[in-house]
Design a protein around this ligand. Sequence first.
Ligand SMILES: [Zn+2]
Length: 211
Amino acid sequence: MSDSQARISPQEAWKRLADGNARFVEGRPNHPNQDATRRESLAEGQNPFAVIFGCSDSRLAAEIIFDLGLGDTFVVRTAGQVLSSASLGSLEYSVAELDVPLMVVLGHDSCGAVTAANQSYDSGDMPPGFVRNLVEEIMPAVIETRRSTGDDASLNDMVRTNTRQVAERMIDQSKVISAAVEENRTAVVGMFYNLRDGKAELVFSSHDLDS
Ligand SMILES: [Zn+2]
């Protein structure tokens, strides 16, 4: 097993992710693990060091913004990164089967799904079809933020609240995830991504990641 395939600690995984984002922000990405050798080495199996559960927004491409490549991250995305039986099942799979040391919930500024939830709060009208489910899942974050900050609460604060709530709910609702967190096999972090400068800031962490 090569170094790139050995299991790393949650703290090492965090450093790798943060370093990759720093390279992307500076405009000096390495584009690692994207060649034919890497592709062939992964044909028999994968051992990603993180699962990234982010918004589907086209500007939030996980491997690009963290400067990663093939086999590095297991990625789950929905608009507004909302939990559902399918997204929770995918997240549990990454922990139970792939043993990922780091789980990342990734929100971003100006999120369209959070904007829709905030508009529904004001109008009292829910969007049609299955977009309604997204809005219902995000609404607790809109309510918490507006109750604590007032009606002029910023959309980006709602995104931060939603990101933290999703991270907490993920641990709370999944026995597989909460057991991995308690045993220190996996850390859960929430991050807020800035579309303009590309920087991902920490807004929630289940563990001290700098030690
Ligand atoms: Zn979004």
